[in-house]
Design a protein around this ligand. Structure first.
Ligand code: ATP
Length: 221
């Protein structure tokens, strides 16, 4: 872990993503999850080489640096750089297993997913094992119908759905859904704007935009 954080016993949120680049959709998801789910802190985990989707546009070093800019000064956000600095493929299940071998062995962990990510969960490596390692909290996402799920995932949701209060009572195993402020912001949308030479201001932190400009990321050539 690159930044130390105190370790109280309450539920810890885990927010993984490619963050290519990090934007206000991610930041609001994390901020609203703190309140809605009663989390103590959120550990942000940028993916290194996500095998189930296309190669990110920006390098791992740049994506990590942008997340670091975005989290700057937030007292309850911490950054885990293990996936992004490792040569191995990034899998959420192996990251959770790693966290469980350390001081977080028995602490409630809550994997935060947007509704689009949850709908695609069955494509994740060893996805059936995830709920043995963490709870899953699904945030609404603009443009995504949370009710449209593959049958097996719907059945899992029906079996494992719990009230928000269930998260603190056990280390893993429940699925909760929570509404977040709808924000039609996506990393792919931001990349498209920048590629077209258009402004992405107010979709992501100014410090991240400065980093993008300084390092000439997401330009057409
Ligand atoms: P892309 O557009 O390239 O697919 P993205 O904007 O979805 O990227 P990711 O890094 O893939 O960003 O997302 C990380 C997590 O944040 C995922 O669980 C995703 O569902 C969630 N997320 C991203 N943007 C939003 C948003 N605007 N509202 C709710 N959840 C979001």
């Amino acid at each position: 872990m690159s930044s130390g954080f105190p370790s109280p016993d309450g539920p810890l949120g885990i927010l993984g993503g490619t963050f290519d680049p990090v934007h206000f959709g991610h930041l609001r998801l994390a901020e609203e999850a703190l309140d809605a789910l009663g989390l103590d802190q959120i550990l942000w985990i940028p993916a290194g080489r996500p095998p189930h989707r296309g190669r990110p546009t920006a390098s791992p070093v740049d994506r990590l640096a942008m997340v670091r800019c975005a989290l700057e000064g937030h007292p309850r956000f911490a950054l885990d750089d293990h996936e992004v600095t490792s040569d191995a493929s990034s899998y959420t299940v192996t990251t959770l297993e790693r966290l469980r071998t350390g001081p977080l062995a028995t602490r409630p962990l809550v994997l935060l997913l947007g509704a689009d990510a949850f709908a695609g969960l069955m494509s994740w490596h060893r996805w059936r094992e995830l709920l043995g390692l963490a709870h899953v909290a699904v945030a609404s996402r603009q443009g995504v119908d949370a009710a449209v799920l593959p049958d097996e995932l719907s059945a899992l949701l029906a079996r494992r759905r719990g009230p928000l209060a269930a998260l603190a009572g056990q280390p893993a195993g429940r699925i909760v859904q929570f509404p977040m402020t709808p924000l039609g912001i996506s990393a792919s949308g931001i990349r498209a704007l920048l590629r077209a030479g258009r402004s992405a201001r107010y979709l992501l932190p100014e410090s991240v935009l400065d980093y993008i400009a300084r390092h000439r990321l997401y330009t057409a050539s």
